[in-house]
Design a protein around this ligand. Structure first.
Ligand code: ADP
Length: 544
């Protein structure tokens, strides 16, 4: 700003200076030239009178310091000159002022020297005898005057520049000072030049818009932070150079990234070759994938390129924990294999017995035994299929109607059903506790109590006791049976897992009972606990 004001001031000062100088000089020059010509004319008139009266004698006495007088004969030859020997001078007939004087009686001319420094003014008058008297004087030309004025002009110009610089600095300071003190947070509250009011109004409008945009951005950033912070999946945003723009808590933990990882190249945080390829694939081709195993868990990374207006601006990395999925897949595979095996075994038994009967190799007295075997295997098959159906229903997580179930009543029902098989094994079923009610699926809860009780009878000893205790939202089924060795405790809830396969099969077990219990308990948001001592007995507690 200072330099702009300076330039303008200098320009104005120099232009004004030059113009005024030009005008003043022009006017003065014209004025003095007029005075000079007038004097010249007066001197000429005196000289004419003198010459007409006294001829050469007058001219010889003329003082020739200021003016030069030349007398020219009628043929143009110089008769006398106050400065130069007239015999050396050429004919003057063709000189403009002489020619004019011969023609009209008076003539005048101005001639500039070859150097342009000097100008000569000539005035000529025809005498009565036909000769012409000419008077001339030299004067500095306007150009010479200008050259003379050069130094004063330069001096004044330097002064003007200095003064302009000083003024420019002062003006800029005085103009800028109130501008610097503007409160741009509240533009309309400023009291300053009214010329900048439109600007302040615009700043006010833009300020409001910026505040709104900033609020909006902050809100969106907060939302993004909130959402990503609570995401189970790891989320990393990269710029087009692969530097981290954002990394959520899950990703930080997974990649063991430091707090200052923002701005760092992601491949410095995760150095695996698979990730390098995946990042390059995402940035080059649009998508990238990688898998890794960390601390015993399996992760899958899905990378996608982010584009804006056709330009690649970065990539997003989503990290999923796929351990459960892989485990479930593994379990499903195992389950299918187990189911096939479990179904095949009774079927083979049935086919074997049927073939023997068919071949007539079985003695008539043994036939009933074989048919009984077929029946037993077939009913095992049915209960196996029923259990599988129940489990798959539980797996599908079908929402079933709930009702208020009295657990003590349920225990009584189960006792009534199992009483016969308990008696067969010489086991007593005892029900105790004040009971409680559960908001649940009656069929499922019945299954839970039935399976636990059934196991407590199956794996009991003659003379043993099964107790169903229901109180304080807690159901405990305990027995005085064979117990479960510690190493099997964690596994008996797995599908088809049995501690003693032959014992389980002999007592009609499918190996799915406790799996169904586990699922049904989880369905009711309850917890299951197992305590068992081999040779002493087992207690399974369900806390609703
Ligand atoms: P199964 O049909 O074989 O009984 P479960 O899933 O009900 O299958 O039980 C799994 C295994 O857990 C059984 O095979 C048995 O070895 C063991 N088990 C279950 N309940 C008891 C119990 N009350 N006492 C001892 N062992 C038990």
């Amino acid at each position: 700003m200072t330099s702009k004001i300076f330039r303008s001031t200098v320009f104005v000062a120099v232009v004004v200076l030059l113009c005024s100088l030009g005008i003043v000089m022009g006017v003065l020059y014209r004025h003095f030239t007029g005075v000079q010509v007038q004097q010249l004319k007066e001197e000429l008139s005196l000289a004419v009178t003198g010459t007409e009266q006294y001829g050469n004698a007058f001219l010889e006495n003329v003082e020739a310091d200021r003016f030069r007088v030349t007398w020219i004969g009628t043929d143009g030859t110089v008769l006398f000159d106050t400065q130069v020997d007239q015999t050396t001078m050429e004919n003057h007939a063709d000189r403009e002022e002489i020619r004019e004087a011969f023609e009209t009686g008076f003539g005048s001319a101005v001639r500039t020297s070859s150097t342009l420094i000097e100008q000569t003014y000539y005035e000529a008058q025809k005498l009565q005898d036909g000769t012409v008297l000419r008077i001339s004087t030299n004067q500095e030309s306007a150009w010479a005057l200008m050259i003379d004025m050069l130094w004063p002009v330069i001096l004044i110009a330097v002064l003007a520049i200095g003064l302009s610089a000083f003024l420019a600095r002062r003006m800029a300071k005085r103009i800028v000072e109130p501008l610097n003190q503007l409160d741009l947070e509240q533009p309309l509250k400023n009291e300053t030049y009214k010329e900048i009011s439109p600007l302040l109004r615009r700043i006010h409008r833009q300020h409001n818009q910026i505040v709104q945009h900033m609020d909006e951005l902050r809100r969106k950033a907060d939302q993004f932070q909130q959402i990503t912070a609570h995401m189970q999946e790891g989320l990393v945003l990269l710029d087009s150079e692969g530097n981290v723009l954002s990394i959520n808590a899950a990703a930080k933990e997974l990649f063991e990234a430091e707090d200052d990882s923002i701005g760092k190249n992601f491949l410095m945080i995760e150095r695996s070759g698979a990730m390098r390829t995946a990042v390059n694939d995402a940035l080059d081709k649009g998508r990238g994938y990688a898998k890794t195993n960390r601390n015993g868990r399996n992760y899958q990374f899905d990378l996608s390129r982010i584009e804006s207006n056709g330009a690649v601006i970065g990539a997003v990395i989503l990290a999923f924990d796929i351990t459960e999925r892989l485990n479930a897949e593994q379990l499903r595979r195992e389950f299918s294999a187990n189911v096939s095996h479990e179904l095949k075994t009774p079927l083979q038994g049935i086919i074997g017995s049927a073939e023997l009967l068919e071949s007539g190799m079985v003695k008539p007295e043994d036939e009933a035994r074989f048919v009984g075997h077929i029946k037993k295997e077939a009913s095992r098959l049915v209960s196996l299929i029923e259990d599988i159906i129940r489990l798959s229903q539980l797996d599908e997580g079908v929402e079933l109607p709930k009702e208020n179930v009295d657990m003590l009543e349920l225990a009584e029902d189960v006792k009534a059903i199992l009483e016969a098989s308990a008696a067969e094994k010489q086991v007593d079923i005892v029900i105790s506790g004040k009971g409680f009610r559960v908001e649940g699926v009656r069929g499922m809860l019945h299954e839970v109590v039935y399976n636990l009780c059934d196991n407590a009878i199956k794996y009991n000893v003659p003379g043993g006791i099964v107790t169903i205790h229901a109180e304080n939202n807690r159901l405990v089924v305990s027995d005085t049976g064979i117990g479960i060795p510690a190493k099997h405790k964690d596994r008996i809830f797995e599908r088809f897992y049995r501690v003693d396969k032959s014992h389980s099969k002999a007592s009609g077990g499918t190996g799915l009972g406790l799996s169904i219990v586990k699922h049904a308990v989880a369905y009711h948001n309850a917890e299951i606990q197992l305590e068992s001592t081999p040779g002493k007995g087992t207690a399974i507690t369900i806390q609703f």
